[in-house]
Design a protein around this ligand. Structure first.
Ligand code: HEC
Length: 124
C-alpha cells in the first residue's frame, strides 16, 4: 500500500513537472539561439522572422511595454506593421519614420530577409 502511494506520488511529480515544462516553453518559446542570418533557414515567420524581432525589437514591443503602442509579439502583429509599411520604413531608417531599433540599424542580412519575407507575402 505504502509503495503504491510512492508510485502514485512519483507519477504525480512527473505529470506536474511535465506541465510546468510546457508552460515554461509557452512563456519562452524562443529559448535557444537561432542565427537569423543563417542562409539555410527558410524565410518564414516561424523559422527566421520571429527571431530577428525577438532579438532586436521585442524588448520594447511586447504586451507589457509597447513603444509607440506597437506590439510585435505575434505573426499577426508583425504582419500588420509589415503590410502598412511602417516596419520596413522604420528598419530602413527612412525619413518620416522613427528609426528602429532606435540605437543601431539591423544587420543587412536581417533587413534583406525581412524584405524578402514581405515580398513573398508573409509566409507563416
Ligand atoms: C529601445 C526600445 C525599442 C526597440 C529595441 C525597438 N523599438 Fe520600435 N519603437 C520604440 C518606441 C519608443 C516607439 C515610438 C516612437 C518613438 O518614440 O520613437 C517605436 C515605434 C516603432 C514603430 C512605429 C514607427 C512609426 O514611425 O510609426 C515601428 C513599426 C517599430 N517601432 C518597429 C520596431 C522594430 C521592427 C524593431 C526591431 C527591429 C524595434 N521597433 C525596436 C521603441 C523601440
Amino acid at each position: 500500500m505504502k509503495r503504491r502511494f510512492i508510485y502514485f506520488f512519483l507519477g504525480l511529480v512527473i505529470v506536474v513537472s511535465g506541465c510546468y515544462y510546457d508552460s515554461v516553453e509557452a512563456l519562452h518559446p524562443l529559448d535557444g539561439y537561432v542565427n537569423p542570418c543563417d542562409s539555410t533557414l527558410q524565410t518564414t515567420y516561424s523559422s527566421a522572422i520571429k527571431y530577428i524581432i525577438s532579438y532586436n525589437c521585442i524588448s520594447c514591443h511586447n504586451s507589457s511595454y509597447a513603444g509607440g503602442n506597437v506590439t510585435l509579439d505575434s505573426y499577426d502583429q508583425v504582419k500588420l506593421y509589415a503590410s502598412n509599411g511602417k516596419l520596413m520604413n522604420s528598419i530602413l531608417r527612412n525619413s518620416g519614420y522613427n528609426p528602429m531599433p532606435p540605437t543601431q540599424a539591423l544587420a543587412t542580412c536581417q533587413t534583406t530577409r525581412i524584405q524578402q519575407w514581405i515580398t513573398n507575402n508573409y509566409p507563416q
